[in-house]
Design a protein around this ligand. Sequence first.
Ligand code: GTP
Ligand code: MG
Length: 343
Amino acid sequence: MVLAKEKIIENEIKPHVGRIKKMVDVPIEKKEKKVPTIMDLPGVGAATAEKLESVGYSDLMSIAVASPGELINAVGIAEAQARKMINAARGMLEMGFESGVDVLKRREKVIKIKSGSKAFDDLIGGGFETGSITECFGEFGSGKTQLAHILAVNVQKQDPNAIAVYIDTENTFRPDRIKQLAEGAGLSPEKVLKNIMVAKAYNSDHQMLLAEKVEDLIKKQGMNVRLVVVDSLTAHFRAEFIGRGTLAERQQKLNKHVHALLKLADVNNLLVYVTNQVSADPAAFFGDPTKPIGGHIVAHASTFRIYLRKGKKGSRVAKLIDSPNMQDGECSFYVETNGLRDI
Ligand code: GTP
Ligand code: MG
């Protein structure tokens, strides 16, 4: 009898133990660990989720910080549904008000990337801040591209695992220059070059697409992107939209691009460094010849705006304009083979 009982356990119950355990354990485990995805949003089924993902809305955060208009354009849903989705995503992420302490905690994560010139860093509060867009505008040869190269190296000096993304619209990225600057910073030129992802943008649409692709580098490839350079932000837009008739369209497109960059900076705690020309010919580009292209759109999105110009004896002068928490001021420095040098 006893033997028979054991046999029953052996033959008929034991084989099922694993399965029964699974039935009991797994749902509980899953319930505890489950992270909400875009599939959990109201009105999002597999098809909509796929559409959203294909245009870069792959997680709740990207939906939560989107505008209804963006979602409508991206996946062709109705406005009411777009609003519902955004609100639900915000609810799931518990966004909204946060205490000053939380803001402070977030601010503590901000990295200030050094320029190499103490005077310059002091001017902007200690360095180029992640989580922001910093715009440098100025005439040709004022040093905007040099600064882009310097930041791409220095970000790696401060964080050896940092990746810099360089969106090059003017074909002025120079690996040789990076090598010099890396040596100047005491870093391995090969390693520094390896950690700069360069893409040439052939027109404004391509430029916008590349900016969106940065999200993939971070999310899909797990890259620790801390800097995104767009040099120049406005050149393609300026070349493609000529004449007063196209101004509104240009600004609309530029607006979209700049907001995508702002989101990238904010969500991923990275610095977006953009360069911008000044309108050299007032008759052709309507307005103050020392005003940057793009007008209020770029101005509103940039946390820091720096006006660069050539100074005395080959120096460069940086002027801070409209900063949220720093006094407007000026400083001078030299651009040298090793990097920036204070005067
Ligand atoms: P545009 O793109 O034409 O609007 O100008 P930009 O503001 O980007 O100018 P860029 O940063 O290319 O500055 C060019 C200037 O930087 C040159 O005229 C040089 O004075 C300086 N420069 C570039 N490379 C070096 C270098 O290796 N050593 C030194 N000392 N200076 C350099
Ligand atoms: Mg340049």
